[in-house]
Every structure is written in C-alpha cells, then in structure tokens.
Ligand binder design. Structure first.
Ligand code: ZN
Length: 136
C-alpha cells in the first residue's frame, strides 16, 4: 500500500529528534501502518556526523520499513547524489532541514520526486505489544 500520510505525533517526534541531534545529522527508518507513517526506527550504531549519516547501517537486510528520514543541518531540503542512490530502496524518504519546523521538511519517492504526505491524527494504541520495541 502506498504511503500517503504521516501521523502528526510522529512528525513532531522527528522534528524534535532532528533538533536534538543538531548540528549532527539525524537519520532513522520509518514504519507505516497501512498508508500512514507512525513510527521511527532508530538503528543502533548509526554513525552520524555533520556531513552525513552513514548509510551502511541503513541497508541492514530483513528490516521491514516503509521509508527513511534524515536531517540536513545546512537547511537545504534537497537530496544529495548519495541520498538519491539510497532513496531507491525506500518508498518514502523524508528530508528535514534546519530549523526543523513543520515548514522545513519534504518527502520524496524512490526516484527522488517530490511527494506530498498528509499530516493526520493517528490513534496510537499504547496497550499493544510492539514487536519492534527494541528499536524504539
Ligand atoms: Zn541528505
């Protein structure tokens, strides 16, 4: 199913994570419920510098995910050549630029084309056991 939406709480969490990581680059994978992105999957050992997040750890096999997110501390919300190569392995790729506000992010498909994600309210069920909790 095509990803078309992102939960507002998840987006806010991403923006906060990017702010907290600044001036280093934040990077993580995204998990979706149907057509809505609802979760950020941190990868242990992600090597982050001000220039780039190491993409090696992102390509770990057999990790189900719907997309990726990373920040650009420079503020430029435009995929780099390296980004475009990595994007091919993900349906949705979000870039958040400094100052990490709701106006400073964009989403791209696997070909690097701009796509729009609708920000929606999502009912999170905290009672449910999350299989991927070790990555939260
Ligand atoms: Zn980038």
């Amino acid at each position: 199913m095509a990803v078309k939406k992102i939960a507002s709480d998840t987006l806010d969490f991403i923006l906060e994570s990017c702010k907290a990581t600044h001036p280093r680059e934040f990077g993580a994978l995204l998990e979706a419920d149907g057509d809505t992105i609802i979760n950020v999957i941190y990868l242990p050992g992600t090597d982050s510098t001000s220039r780039s997040v190491s993409l090696k750890t992102w390509t770990m096999p057999n990790m189900p995910h719907a997309g990726s997110v990373h920040s650009h501390p420079s503020g430029a919300v435009r995929p780099s050549e390296q980004d475009l190569i990595f994007f091919r392995t993900n349906e949705v790729n979000i870039i958040v630029g400094e100052p990490y506000s709701r106006e400073s992010w964009k989403a791209f498909d696997r070909n690097g084309n701009l796509i729009s994600l609708e920000i929606v309210d999502y009912e999170f069920d905290d009672e449910e056991e999350d299989e991927d909790s070790e990555f939260n």
